[in-house]
Write a protein that binds this ligand. Sequence first.
Ligand code: GDP
Length: 475
Amino acid sequence: QDFLQIQEMFHLNKFLTNFLLPGHDKGSCLSRYESAVYRKPSSHKPSPYLLSKLRKYESLHKLCGPYTESYNKTLEQLKSGRNVISTTDCNYLVYTPLSGLGNRMLTIASAFLYALLTNRVLLVEFGSEIAGLFCEPFQQTTWLLPMDFPLRNQFDNFSQVYPRTYGNMLKSGIMNTSMMSPPPPFLYIYLAYNIDRYDGLFYCDQNQDQLRKVPWLVMKSNQYFVPSLFLLPSFKQELSKLFPDEETVFHHLGRYLFQPSNEAWGLITRFYRAYLSKADERIGIQVRVFDTKVTPFQTVVDQILSCTIKEKLLPDVLETRGSAASLSKNQSLKAVLVTSLYSEYYEHIKGVYWTKPTVSGEVIGVYQPSHEEHELYGNNMHSMKAWTEIYLLSMSNALITSSWSTFGYVAQSLGGLKPWILYRPLNGTAPDPPCVRAMSMEPCFHFPPSHGCKAEVNVDHVKHCEDVEWGLKLV
Ligand code: GDP
């Protein structure tokens, strides 16, 4: 869009968002007010029930958030280490970080949904690498876990083998679901990619009954575990009221929780306005190569181009190094946003559309914001760039993503897009067909529990993923 038009929309939008969100301090989170100018409103409306649930959650968070009277009271109990005799209105779920940004965002959204379903307050520990990427989602309080939280010094020991995980306590018989004794003040819940059958009992109703009485749950996970919550009989009814359209869970919760901070918003909007806003159409290509040795460059690039051309996302080129395209031909401009840790894919695609004319006459601009070469942990600017690129991808009109990548899942779901997923090349050869259209915009739960519970509901909307055969996703 033309920038003047954007400004005009911005004023209109400012009025609307002021009306919708009283009590927000505008300057501290510009993206909350300006994002509607940059991307069209979602065609998926949240259910009125979800909105009222969120308003209730916000009040609970304000009542129980860090350093409130209720928070201080439950901390006393936690520090005493004694089993819980009397319950309070404030129960908590603490998220602790694991894996890259995409994994973290998916897990935080899953944890938030679990908190909504179980009336807990979610507190998050981001670690230094993702500090400052997002605005505070809840007003007049914070979702950041305080630095002086008493269990912090145990977080480093918290792994699957830690004796105080719920799974290990079930395994050793210290806890069982028929036990009537008062619940402990806190429990660790381990739900990462390698859960065993005891950790996996978290996904059973009987165990949920037991966990309900524990005031503090500290969670470590890197999974989008929402699909398994839909299989629990006790959550089913509430979930269908919250999300009558099952494939919109991360779309709504992600947009609600993850608003870019002012610094991230600066990176996003400067790139967008400089390279993408003038295009008639924006195509995002997310290239995630997990192992460059088993996935040769040429195979991947051939696969990308065969997908984009076959699916008519980008035009083919004339094989001759022809002259300038005639002005009478299609004059539209397509912008391609490539994201990858490496620059070769972008260089190659840019070269194709620069050196040869397209059959349609369209002009194709190709851009890549960064190529970081390696996945870095503990580096804040690295995560800031990753967040910027995820957000820019989500502003595309069509998206091509890589199999298995949570980075791509976040982009597709925030954007409300059903991507074309590039199949993983096997033994270095390009798969045929090169890509498949996703059934829904939802992320895939890569490692669901493999042992079922006694009671599990059958949900038509939970299917195996396109890219991970044993994974589960909502459709
Ligand atoms: P996944 O490993 O693909 O599921 O995605 P994650 O986001 O969980 O972890 C990968 C991490 O590598 C990201 O968080 C980034 O730090 C980095 N990364 C991977 N791909 C890209 C990319 O295209 N651009 C940038 N800037 N960083 C990337």
